[in-house]
Design a protein around this ligand. Structure first.
Ligand code: ZN
Length: 290
């Protein structure tokens, strides 16, 4: 199973989309596509993404042009029969990977508009601009841009063992990589070291970047890392985690393959944590970045 939300073939045309006339021309094309999002869910019909470019609720945002130069847009929608949530669509491989990538883009962008109605500087009502990639304040002139929140997520190694943790809300048996938000004024490496120490008490030394994954719940960018610990004693942060432990390589391999005798498994295969465990075990990353 491929990582979800990483393949997005659209050309976002960032130089053209501020041109309202260019956007109107694209929207008016007979072959234009429009996808509908409500919260975490997309509208499907008969197992296929609904893309008819008919009546739409505002805002309508531009996603990009596909390989055939067909323009794709997205709008919010009321909840309706046929709505499927993005996690289930990924888990079941119900849509082509490229469509999952477009849905992630649409979902993160639309939720930003839903939550940024008013200017945080002067409280005036904001106006959408640049086909959805800016909100402008007519009161004070401030421009607001869509946010992406960086999250470090890391598999930690020590003497052949692998550190994984779990939260109490997760399904029984699931363990995953430790993770947390990057804070202001912090490098990715320092964020990884801080989060691992806060959650597990383990000291992290060298950190290597592996790959990244957009995570549209709401607008995170998961920055996938593998790191080497310089200490092994675990002091659990019980507010964050129910458990964190070192697994042997053999155990971790069984957790990737879902053959562990205790039912433990290493995250869902569409999530970056699963990929990071495979890389920490010495495998090549199967992620395509080009
Ligand atoms: Zn303002």
């Amino acid at each position: 199973m491929p990582l979800a939300y990483v393949l997005n073939p659209l050309d976002r045309r960032a130089n053209d989309r501020p041109d309202a006339q260019w956007i109107a021309t694209q929207r008016g094309r007979a072959d234009a596509k429009l996808i509908r999002i409500a919260g975490d869910c997309a509208l499907l019909n008969d197992g296929r993404l609904v893309t008819e470019n008919d009546r739409a609720e505002e805002p309508v945002v531009f996603l990009g042009l596909d390989a055939q130069d067909v323009p794709w847009f997205a709008c919010r929608s009321e909840a309706a029969d046929g709505m499927r949530d993005l996690r289930s669509l990924a888990m079941e491989e119900a849509l082509p990977p490229a469509e999952l990538g477009m849905l992630a883009q649409a979902r993160s962008l639309l939720q930003w508009h839903e939550r940024r109605t008013y200017c945080s500087n002067c409280a005036a009502r904001l106006e959408m601009a640049d086909a959805g990639y800016r909100r402008h304040c007519p009161g004070c002139g401030m421009d607001h841009f869509p946010r992406t929140d960086p999250v470090v997520i890391m598999v930690v190694r020590h003497q052949g063992n692998i550190l994984l943790g779990r939260q109490s809300s997760w399904k029984p048996g699931m363990y995953s990589a430790l993770a947390g938000f990057v804070e202001p004024g912090e490098t990715i490496e320092d964020a990884a070291r801080r989060e691992v120490f806060e959650e597990s008490g383990v000291r992290l030394g060298a950190v290597s970047y592996v790959t990244s994954q957009p995570w549209p719940f709401l607008s995170n960018l998961m920055i996938g890392l593998v790191g080497d610990a310089t200490s092994a004693d675990i002091t659990l942060d019980a507010k964050e985690l129910e458990d964190a432990r070192w697994f042997t390589r053999d155990e971790a391999r069984m957790m990737v393959d879902r053959t562990h005798p205790d039912g433990f498994y290493a995250a869902n295969p569409y999530a970056i944590a699963h990929e990071l465990v495979k890389v920490a075990l010495g495998g090549e990353s199967a992620v395509h970045t080009s």
